[in-house]
Design a protein around this ligand. Structure first.
Ligand code: GMT
Length: 378
């Protein structure tokens, strides 16, 4: 069994979710997991004897206009590797986790400790932030310096090669689903409480960042409502929420849109939903869409990033060009009106099944063992 340090963002976002669920699954298999983050990861909600959480905290001296988080993180990693005799560190999101891991690794070498680290690229660390000139050299260097790199989709792997001149081998290990949690549950009493029997329920879940194009969700819903009676559940929170609430009023749909904010039991909301919409500008994998499919909810998404790797047109949902909210509404109606709605639901579920935790987590374990072995014998 391995002792694994996991570094991630603890916030409401895909990379933190994947890192936390991975840690929990590895702990269930007997590995010792050490989460190293500035806050308790939001999905780390229960005690587990094999899971430890180490907070990265530091004094923000008045001297620092910008808190030196990366330095504190690297120092904490050094301390934990020494105290807990970790075998490997797995960092999720390149900035600043991979470069902090590299610094920690170099410090540990001076103390006679040799420990490899793996970097998992999740998306915006490469597609948006990484290409920013102010970060590019560090991101490029960190990818090169990692002892192994994984990406969550083939699209993200290609994008990394296209934008960083690297020959580094990148292994694709997709996002995954814990079916113990994400499965259809009969919540008909709850459905009755939020919608009338004849109304369809559309759902969107995100962190309301610009990249999620939440205004397209409003526009496509307004078109859709001209044809059928439906309500829209907007789950999550973020920078674009207020303007989206305003847009709902302008489009005269505000009585049918429920902004629910951040929710923990999203599987319950998905279980009462008929259609999931994700019009993102870019989406390296689209975990939220896969979670919807796991709960038997068909999807309408943009065709950006890794979404074509999970969405099959006319089978488990539909994809359109980014920004084409009119087609999204049209396809949404086709799914909702279709006498074959149940077929879409079943196909969505079967797609998600291919990404079960049991199928994907062993791929990380194999990688850990091979990286540790190659590192020792180099
Ligand atoms: O989607 C977000 O805004 C959160 C973001 C993150 O970096 O935490 O999610 C990214 O990683 C997820 C897990 O690998 C992917 O499923 C999401 O598609 C990806 N988001 C984007 O590429 C925009």
């Amino acid at each position: 069994m391995l002792k694994i340090g996991i570094v991630c963002y603890p916030t409401y976002g895909g990379s933190g979710v994947v890192a936390t669920e991975l840690g929990k699954a590895l702990a269930d298999k007997g590995h010792q997991i050490h989460f190293i983050t500035y806050n308790e990861p939001f999905r780390l909600d229960q005690f587990h004897p094999n899971i430890n959480y180490h907070e990265v905290s530091f004094q923000n001296y008045a001297l620092f206009e910008y808190p030196p988080y990366e330095t504190a993180l690297a120092s904490r990693m050094v301390e934990i590797v020494l105290n807990e005799s970790l075998d490997i560190i797995h960092v999720h999101y390149a900035i600043p986790h991979a470069s902090a891991a590299y610094i920690a690794q170099q410090i540990l070498i001076t103390k006679g400790i040799h420990i490899p680290f793996i970097t998992t690229l999740h998306g915006t660390d490469i597609t948006l932030v990484g290409k920013d000139k102010s970060f590019l050299p560090v991101v490029a260097f960190s990818i090169e310096a990692s002892n192994a790199v994984t990406a969550v989709s083939h699209a993200l792997k290609k994008e990394t090669y296209d934008h960083f001149s690297t020959q580094k081998e990148i292994e694709v290990i997709p996002n995954f689903i814990d079916f113990d949690r994400f499965s259809f549950q009969d919540k008909s009493h709850f459905r009755k409480a939020i919608a009338q029997d004849h109304q369809k329920i559309i759902i969107h879940i995100s962190n309301f960042r610009k990249v999620k194009r939440v205004d397209d969700v409003m526009r496509l819903f307004a078109i859709l409502r001209q044809e059928i009676d439906a309500i829209l559940l907007m789950v999550g929170d973020g920078p674009d929420r207020t303007q989206t609430e305003e847009l709902a009023k302008c489009l005269n749909i505000n009585n049918y849109v429920k902004f629910l904010g951040k929710q923990k039991a999203v599987e319950e909301l998905l279980s009462v939903s008929d259609l999931f919409v994700m019009p993102s500008q870019t989406e390296s994998f689209g975990l939220a869409a896969l979670e919807a499919m796991a709960c038997r909810v068909p999807v309408v998404t943009s065709n950006s990033g890794g979404l074509p790797e999970i969405v099959e047109n006319g089978v488990n949902g539909y994809m359109t060009e980014v920004g084409d909210y009119e087609s999204m509404a049209k396809f949404g109606l086709e799914i909702l009106k279709d006498k074959n709605h149940d077929k879409f639901r079943e196909s969505a579920y079967l797609t998600a099944k291919k990404y079960s935790i049991e199928a994907i987590v062993p791929q990380y374990e194999t990688l850990y063992h091979s990286v540790i072995h190659n590192f020792k014998t180099r």
